[in-house]
Design a protein around this ligand. Sequence first.
Ligand SMILES: NC(=O)c1ccc[n+]([C@@H]2O[C@H](COP(=O)([O-])OP(=O)(O)OC[C@H]3O[C@@H](n4cnc5c(N)ncnc54)[C@H](O)[C@@H]3O)[C@@H](O)[C@H]2O)c1
Length: 336
Amino acid sequence: MKHVLVTGGIGYIGSHTVVSLVEQGFHPVVVDDLRNSSPTILTAVGKLSNDLFTHISVDICDYKALKRVLSPFSLDAVIHFAAYKSVRESFDIPLHYYQNNLTGLMNVLELCQTFKIRKFVFSSSCTVYGSPNERQVFENTPKQLPESPYGFTKWMGEQILADFHRNPTPFQTICLRYFNPIGAHPSGLIGELSVGIPNNLVPYITQTAAGIRKHLTIFGNNYPTPDGTCIRDFIHVCDVADAHVSALKHVGTKPLEAFNIGTGKGTSVLDLVQTFMAVSGLDVPYRYGERRSGDVAEIFANVEKSKHELGWEAQRTLEQALRDAWNWEQRLQQHD
Ligand SMILES: NC(=O)c1ccc[n+]([C@@H]2O[C@H](COP(=O)([O-])OP(=O)(O)OC[C@H]3O[C@@H](n4cnc5c(N)ncnc54)[C@H](O)[C@@H]3O)[C@@H](O)[C@H]2O)c1
């Protein structure tokens, strides 16, 4: 297996994955129209991978164009990242989310049928567990209805894949359910881009440390957790990227499987902020706000299945992730 189609491969997780794939001898064929990335990230991915990948700018929702641009390639597998990802934004423009995330997925599946590509890795999310009764979730923890239109697109994405597998098909799929990817490449050349107010916690922390935001708001300090703030499973984005290489090597042993991609350890939001302050030596002014509807008090991954079956586990520490995130933020400021 060599040529891998990577949709959304210039985005946050995709760009780190393309670098890992090249390091492992794959040739990624990246389809990304950069709607949520930038030419600077594209250039940086080239630098980190000696330009050993192909990039094509096309909208995956345009099936005819997608088929046309990919027909010269002989593709062995697909990693499908391209989607919109903001929980908050998905409440404002739900149709855009359903349109891009579901039409995009169905087009890529159609393409797999047409080009006889048999291996597929899908970017799913721990959001498919909804508000689980257990704090630690296993892959067989019953899925629950998500809280946001974005969450529904991941939940439905998994359902579409399950239905696709109902007919006898030689197709094999792995759904990777990411927990909370954070951090950046240690080079500081690629990381998470935020247009306007960041949707995710770590870019908000680093922007506050950089003085771009006055203070950070922690949503809720009266949850039933030791310090009252929510507990999440934060994982270094390079570990998430490596999980895709393991998934590609593993895909094919069973028709359809899901794996949790987390560290297996819960960290509270307050702990995260304090760890950031400790590793950066900077102050991050924060205050507490109201709880956000739909936020569960605590969720973290059980990662035994990923460890034993994928042969993958997170290698990097929370401190490393936060140091890399801060390094990335400083580089961004230098270039602004
Ligand atoms: N980042 C997270 O915290 C997180 C958590 C769980 C799941 N996920 C999922 O992982 C995947 C990647 O997330 P990310 O954080 O890297 O997001 P991202 O927005 O940084 O990357 C997505 C990339 O896809 C591209 N794209 C989107 N729609 C496209 C289209 N129609 N045609 C061509 N390109 C298109 C964007 O330009 C972007 O570069 C998404 O499916 C997301 O839902 C992300």
